[in-house]
Design a protein around this ligand. Structure first.
Ligand SMILES: Nc1ncnc2c1ncn2[C@@H]1O[C@H](COP(=O)(O)OP(=O)(O)O)[C@@H](O)[C@H]1O
Ligand SMILES: [Mg+2]
Length: 367
């Protein structure tokens, strides 16, 4: 087993596209690190450089303390699991699992032992003699996992391995991967664009944006203290409400209750998550800052209801403006099933202690 260390890793493609712009990262031995970011931010490029499938433009990649920049993929002691499974269609499951091991001239009894162990861990005994075409997507994904496991590598690399599965299966496989990784305690680097998948899988989350790291932390650290506007809006669904504080024009009454002394910073963006917003009158007193909203959409999902509202004030309220229709739409999470009408006016408040502040220009968090 082994940790993975990236030191100022960069990738410029031959066409001049700078996909990875200097990434340093230390993945401890046995850790499950998830790289998350939108499509095109360089996740696959970075993973493929660790795997040896893509040349590194500059910087170093070490696995288990050994620089692997110039090693072939087969010599890096890693196993990769892809979104499209990459199984050999003409071979049985058993054949697929054995293939890489036979290539390495492993003795047959050892190959058998490893296939047995993987089949047991993944519950794929029943279809060892079928071909991939005779399996469901979830079963194929298990076989792809199995092929990684039998190699008993120093590290697993996953590139969006669940993207081709339907929602329910994805949640199930997610839990399975997590359990398996915890049991095998194999260092894992997992790439996904799905923030929920990232939150639920990761020991440590690395948020990537435009080829650079925005933030590294445990999922809860990142959720509770996003380092930038990008992270604040990318992690969490519905996204954090972000309201630019443009001088006196803020759309929020009694903003001085957020900023004791009344000094409202200009050029800042205030962030409040939907679950930290509440409707005044639903057991919530009007003692905090106030947002006067007209409901524009209602999403009832059973255990909770999200209401969305646009600023609807008259522009005259003291302590802040309320220009009707200005500012972003605000999402508010309410528990249970809520009976509200479109167009209805609601006063919404939040606890200033549960708010975030960002510099509008740099996008960085202000503490
Ligand atoms: N082989 C390639 N040649 C040139 N540009 C590429 C190549 N592969 C990816 N890119 C570009 O590099 C950037 C990062 O791509 P990628 O690593 O695939 O992102 P992600 O996996 O996060 O979606 C994108 O702008 C993409 O268009
Ligand atoms: Mg990708």
């Amino acid at each position: 087993m082994a940790g993975i260390t990236l030191t100022d890793v960069r990738k410029t493609y031959p066409g001049g596209q700078e996909a990875v712009k200097g990434i340093s990262l230390d993945i401890p031995d046995g850790d499950f690190t998830v790289l998350v970011g939108p499509s095109g931010c360089g996740k696959s490029t970075l993973l493929r450089m660790v795997a040896g499938l893509e040349a590194i433009t500059s910087g170093t990649v070490s696995i288990g303390g050994r620089v692997v920049n110039d090693l072939e993929p087969a010599d890096r002691d890693i196993a990769m699991v892809f979104q499209n499974y990459a199984l050999y269609p003409h071979m049985t499951v058993r054949g697929n699992l054995a293939y890489g091991l036979k290539n390495r001239k492993m003795p047959a009894p050892e190959i058998e032992r490893r296939i047995e162990a993987a089949a047991k861990a993944l519950e794929i005994h029943a279809f060892l003699d079928r071909r991939p075409g005779q399996l469901s997507g979830g079963q194929r994904q298990r076989v792809a996992m199995g092929r990684a496991i039998v190699r008993e590598p120093a590290a697993f690399l996953f590139d969006e391995p669940l993207s081709n599965l339907d929602a329910k299966l994805r949640v199930q496989m997610r839990a399975e991967i997590r359990r398996l990784q915890a049991r095998l305690a194999t260092t894992s680097l997992y790439v996904t664009h799905d923030q929920l998948e990232a939150m639920t899988l990761a020991d440590r989350l690395v948020v990537l944006n435009g080829g650079l790291i925005e933030q590294v932390g445990t999922p809860i650290e990142v959720y509770e203290k996003p380092a930038s506007l990008f992270v604040a809006s990318f992690i969490g669904s519905p996204a954090m409400n972000l309201v630019p504080l443009e001088g006196a024009v803020t759309g929020i009454r009694h903003l001085d209750r957020v900023f004791p002394g009344g000094r409202i910073p200009t050029g800042a963006v205030l962030g409040v998550r939907p679950e930290h917003m509440s409707v005044v009158g639903e057991g919530t007193p009007a003692s905090g800052p106030l947002l006067d909203l007209a409901i524009t959409a209602i999403e009832a999902v059973g255990a909770e209801t999200y209401i969305y509202g646009a600023f609807a004030g008259d522009g005259t309220t003291a302590g802040g403006i309320v220009a009707a229709g200005r500012g972003p739409e605000i999402a508010v999470r309410m528990p249970g099933h809520v009976r509200r009408q479109l167009g209805e006016r609601v006063l919404v408040t939040f606890d200033p202690a549960q708010s975030h502040l960002f510099d509008a220009r740099s996008g960085r968090r202000i503490d």
